[in-house]
Structures are given as C-alpha cells and as structure tokens.
Design a protein around this ligand. Structure first.
Ligand SMILES: [Zn+2]
Length: 286
C-alpha cells in the first residue's frame, strides 16, 4: 500500500473522533444519561466503543421523561454511565431493562458534593474525576483497550487542566465584587466555588417549576441589594421570568446560558460549553 492510501486510512479511522460521533438515537455500547457525559466518554473511548446519550442535546435533563425507545437502548447497552445526585433519577426504572450484570457507573459517587447538588461538571477539577471513573469503567469492560483508554483519558485530562487555567484567567477580568450570579436554576454552586462567584439567587427553586410570588419578591430584593447587572436565562428556558426580574431591578437579561445539556456549536462539547458559559458571564459582568 502506498503512503497516500495509508494516510487516508488513518484519516478515516480518526474521523469519528474529530467529528463528534455521539449516537443521537439507536443502540450504543456505552449509554450515558446526558450529552455532557457522552462527550466525556467519547473522548476516552475513541473508536473502540459507540457512545450514546439518553437525553438528546438541548433537552432538559432534570425533567426528562424516558421514551419507549430508551428501554430498548438500555437493553442493548454494555455499560451505563449516570451523573447521580438526582440529576437523572428517571434512569432508575429504565435500568430494569438493562441486561443482567450490566455495569452502572455513577460518576458523582464518592466526590465531595455541595448540599447534594448534582452539577459537579461545572468545576473542571471534578470533571477530571468523572473522566477517571469513565476510564476505569471502560478498562473493566474492555481490558484489551487499557492502553488506548489510559492514553486518551490522560490527554483529555490535560485539556481539562488547561481549560481550568484558561477560564480562571478570563474570570479575573471581572472586577472583584462583581462576580455575582443570578441564573434560572440551581446549577452553579460548583462553578461559583471553583471560579470565585457568589450565587445571589436563581429564578426557579425547582427545575421547571415557577417560583411563588413570595420567592420571586425575595429574589428581586436580593438582586437589588447586590446591585447585580445581569440575569442569566438558561438555554431552553423561557426568558420571561428573567425579564420580569430585570424589569423590577434594572438588570439586563442574558439568554441561552448552557447548563445541563450540550447545544449547537460552539457549545457542542464539554470544553465548548464551559467556554460559552464563561464568555457570556464575563461579557455581562466585566
Ligand atoms: Zn440542572
């Protein structure tokens, strides 16, 4: 075989990795609950395993209602990866469809949580712990791939270290005292801790549930007291509530903040999502 043909084969083999080969539906060897977990798993698994997410991109994770097809996908999975801490608790009844002995990895297990909040991936240091667990689960499932999984996980983990430094360098451009967040739901405690923000409040005390008049009035008082210049409305959420708060407080509304699911480019990977989040926050608060 000549060198050009060889090169072409290498490129073809690498294509699924470069092109984000998440399985949008249909069977996958590794089934994750969310697109963020699917992206992390794909980064480690490369071409050795097909990876799919139960919740599609752009969809709400906490309020997801499994479809009949999900039970079939679960029955075909060789490994299931969930977030845990009730982010994806709807997966519990679905797991009854898994084949006997199918390993189920809960990536937040044993990690230091903040009041049981599930959104740990917003701290890249904890995201690296997710990657370690995903790597170990893949090696246990497919020991012949140990070297591939170990090398990919190391490479990706180094990217997460670089991401952490990059984002921290961006966040410090927000003046001290200006790092205050008001978001749609309680998704940012790990982000706040990692990047030095104060959570002033969130519009919806429970995901997808409207606040009471009293809760809304309390939040408006807090936003006024903290003199917060921007309210972040999350992707897929009607900005109406944020607009109501903005009207009462003089803050501006920033829409489409990604949180629990990947979106279209550039938020179509975990790295991209984190960059979009920080870009939006820095632009609005600095
Ligand atoms: Zn959430």
């Amino acid at each position: 075989m000549n060198r050009l043909a060889n090169l072409l084969l290498v490129l073809l083999a690498a294509a699924p990795v470069a092109g984000c080969a998440l399985v949008a539906g249909g069977s996958a060897q590794v089934l994750t609950t969310t697109t963020i977990l699917a992206d992390m798993t794909k980064q480690v698994a490369g071409d050795r395993m097909s990876v799919g997410s139960i919740v599609p991109a752009s969809a709400h994770v906490e309020e997801y209602e499994p479809r009949p097809d999900d039970a079939k996908r679960m029955s075909e999975a060789r490994l299931v990866i969930t977030n845990g801490l009730d982010l994806d608790k709807w997966v519990e009844p679905l797991l009854r469809n898994a084949k006997d002995g199918t390993p189920v990895v809960v990536v937040t297990d044993g990690l230091p949580d903040i009041d049981g909040n599930p959104h740990m991936w917003f701290d890249p240091t904890l995201a690296r712990k997710y990657v370690d667990k995903i790597r170990d689960a893949l090696i246990a499932l497919d020991p012949a791939g140990r070297e591939v999984y170990t090398a990919s996980a190391l490479r990706y983990s180094q990217e997460l270290v670089a991401l952490d430094a990059e984002l921290k360098a961006r966040v410090v451009t927000i003046p001290a005292g200006g790092r205050r967040l008001v978001t749609s739901h309680d998704a940012f405690p790990y982000f706040a801790k990692a990047f030095g923000f104060e959570i002033v409040g969130f519009a919806q005390p429970e995901p997808d549930k409207m606040p009471s008049a009293g809760e809304l009035a309390d939040l408006i008082d807090k936003v006024k007291a903290a003199n917060v210049p921007a309210i972040f409305s999350e992707a897929g959420v009607s900005p109406q509530l944020a607009e109501t708060i903005a009207k009462e407080t003089g803050a501006k509304v920033i829409t489409d903040l990604p949180t629990d699911s990947l979106l279209d480019k550039p938020a179509d990977s975990y790295l991209g999502l984190m960059r979009v989040v920080v870009d939006k926050i820095v632009a609005a608060l600095k």
